[in-house]
Design a binder for this molecule. Structure first.
Ligand code: WT7
Length: 647
């Protein structure tokens, strides 16, 4: 088996960039970032072109991150209006329904523009003004893209909440940013099942802190019965239908907020990651073009939900800013059967396919036959995102899905980074299975030890980024200090990613996973603290500690240790009840995979839970517990090990 995969001569010949181009462009980009990013900004249409390109200081006493600060533009104009002349009839969005029998929809740039303008007018009529926050709780339907772009058009700040989150999670996100309006659907459809989205919004709006919401727009997706509370609730089609199909876009400053997206951190409640207009759009569109080697006639499919940053940057904003055809899929990989992804690729002649390792591993388990029964001849580039991809899954993706013909771009990035920071360029970079390879233009990664000492050469350490890039988040909504404390205090002068990483002798980066208390479950971030606080909110639970453990399909699973209140007895029933409780409190993605009773938790004498020990027990590596002598009560460890054996 080859260790490395250089670009094929055929691919490289037709690619935007080849090996020596990468080295040259990279050197330019880090030598003079302002010159480099000033030039790249020319890819967008600006009402006023920026003259101030970069204004950044990571110094704590003088902290600022500003890109293109005097530029003015509108993101929806860049995704729509500017394509109308040359690409008006080109398909902007292909919508593939959950049910393969439902006809797919092809929405042209002209139609998309009209839909977005109608909704923009409707939002303005409902009193939404520049700077207002709008929460979107929608399934994977075209209206999700309309809604994001309509907000961008009027200068409202969207906050998309993933359709799998619970009423409590929606409520928390609404309360945190004080949304004025919510857009949802009657029900979502996934894998043949319906999800009661409107009902969840109704529940959420009963929670304290959500009375900023004046209007709920409801898209009819299934026609299922919902409770419309007048005058708060309005049908989307009724409100939007009568609106004109043109709209004068708001003139936005480059540093005006474009959206908020909540993500889990290692402590406390989810953070509202805030991205701004100019830098984000430059970065999302440029990385989308370069990393996927975009061609005018590509049919590009990113399987991520719009509820995650991948859906923002690489389903909606990046591809549409580039005038690409972007496929939006409502369903799941295994419905009606495990060939569905490959059938959709054949049906729409998808050329670029971007998905997550967890999906690849789950489908790999089904064997080669469901893949090989399809052609996939249209494919030319494959992508991976969300978590490290194990070399075995990489090779299967390459050989079976891509017929050994398509380069794989393993893209490392984060909600915070707005776009891809480390990834191959498919015509330029020799691939190594399992490595995200080399930094994108303008990105200066470094590995540091626990003291912040920068490490040279082939080594392993914590991954930091030494300078800013235009797509970087600007603040945690409503808590700028938390932004600075979380990302810039650990290693002063550098952005700390929270990831561990190895660098090999060729300078390739191999992400090893989170080094903080964040678990990556199927490419989704879950904060251990969030699951713990959900558990202790249950009347029978005294204390809980949550860690990640290796999981064959999900990458990491959730392992919860629970101490019950005095007098409560552990039982199989209670175990199930607690798992269901977390599901209800946060959402299905946060369900613990294992829940172990813990008569006591391993704590230091100062009362700090030693998670290192809990991780080793969860990983079933009792011989690697390390030093337990600083524990207040070392016997706790033995009882946890005994309990694990009984299971
Ligand atoms: C965390 C960020 C980036 C969009 C989806 C997830 C992990 C992400 C990779 C990759 C190894 C990866 C990191 C990162 N991660 N991509 N290609 N290889 N790890 O966004 O929810 O903000 O999660 O996902 O641990 O810190 P997110």
């Amino acid at each position: 088996m080859p260790e490395t995969y250089p670009p094929s001569a055929d691919f490289a010949a037709a690619a935007r960039l080849r090996a020596d181009d990468y080295a040259r462009r990279y050197a330019e980009s880090v030598r003079d970032p302002a010159a480099f990013w000033g030039e790249v900004a020319g890819r967008l249409d600006w009402f006023k072109a920026p003259t101030q390109i970069k204004d950044v200081s990571y110094a704590l006493e003088d902290f600022r991150i500003r890109w293109y600060a005097d530029g003015e533009l509108n993101a929806s104009v860049n995704c729509l209006d500017r394509h109308l002349e040359a690409r008006g009839d080109k398909t902007a969005l292909i919508w593939e329904a959950d049910d393969p029998e439902v006809p797919a929809r092809h929405i042209s740039y002209r139609e998309l523009h009209a839909e977005v303008c109608r909704l923009a007018n409707a939002l303005e009529n409902l009193g939404v003004v520049k700077g207002d926050r709008v929460t979107l709780y929608l399934p994977m339907i075209p209206e999700a893209a309309y809604a994001m772009l309509a907000c961008a058009r009027i200068g409202a700040v969207h906050s998309v909440v993933f359709g799998g989150f619970s009423p409590d999670s929606i409520a928390g996100r609404i309360a945190d940013c004080g949304s004025k309006l919510v857009i949802t659907a009657d029900e979502g459809v996934r894998g043949g099942k319906t999800i009661p989205l409107k009902k969840n919004v109704d529940e959420a709006l009963k929670r304290p802190g959500t009375n900023s919401v004046e209007t709920v727009l409801v898209v009819r997706r299934t026609g299922g019965a919902v409770d419309m509370q007048m005058p708060r609730d309005r049908w989307y089609d009724a409100v939007v239908g009568e609106q004109p199909a043109t709209h004068a876009p708001a003139r936005m400053n480059a540093e005006d907020p474009l959206f908020i997206l909540y993500t889990s951190g290692s402590t406390g409640k989810p953070k509202g990651v805030l991205h701004t207009t100019g830098g984000y759009l430059v970065y999302a569109s440029y990385t989308h073009e370069q990393v996927f080697d975009l061609k005018e006639d590509d049919v590009y499919w990113c399987t991520a939900d719009v509820g995650w940053v991948t859906g923002h940057s690489y389903l909606v904003y990046g591809p549409l800013a580039n005038g690409a055809t972007s496929l939006m899929f409502e369903g799941v990989p295994n419905y009606p059967d495990v060939s569905r992804f490959w059938q959709v690729i054949d049906k729409h002649r998808v050329t670029v396919f971007y998905t997550a390792p967890t999906a690849i591993r789950a489908l790999m388990r089904e064997g080669d036959a469901p893949v090989k029964s399809t052609s996939r001849a249209s494919l030319r580039v494959l992508g991976s995102v969300g978590e490290p991809i194990n070399p075995e899954a990489w090779r299967w993706y390459h050989e079976v899905v891509g017929d050994s013909r398509c380069p794989i771009v393993d893209t490392w990035w984060q909600t915070e980074t707005g776009g891809i920071l480390i990834a191959p360029l498919p015509g330029a970079t020799t691939l190594k299975p399992g490595s995200a390879t080399l930094p994108f233009f303008g990105i200066e990664p470094a590995l540091v030890d626990a003291n912040g000492q920068e490490l040279d050469g082939a080594t392993e350490g914590n991954l930091v980024i030494k300078d800013s890039w235009p797509g970087q988040m600007r603040t945690v909504y409503g808590d700028h200090q938390r932004f600075i404390d979380t990302y810039f205090k650990t290693y002063p002068g550098r952005y700390f990613t929270g990831d561990g990483c190895r660098r090999d002798e060729d300078g390739y980066y191999w992400i090893t996973g989170r080094v903080d208390d964040v678990i990556n479950v199927s490419g989704h971030r879950i904060g251990t603290a969030e699951v713990e606080s959900a558990l202790v909110a249950h009347a029978k639970v005294a204390e809980a500690a949550v860690v990640g453990f290796p999981h064959d399909i999900k990458g990491q699973g959730i392992y919860a240790y629970v101490t019950l209140n005095a007098g409560e007895q552990p039982s199989e029933e209670l175990r199930k009840e607690l798992v269901a409780w977390v599901r209800k409190e946060i959402g299905p993605i946060a369900s613990p995979d294992h829940l172990q009773w813990a008569p006591g938790l391993p704590k230091t004498r100062s009362g700090k839970i030693m998670r290192r020990i809990l991780r080793k027990i969860a990983e079933n590596q009792p011989d690697q517990l390390g030093d337990t002598s600083t524990l207040a009560d070392p016997s706790v460890v033995q009882s946890l090990l005994d309990e694990r054996k009984v299971k």
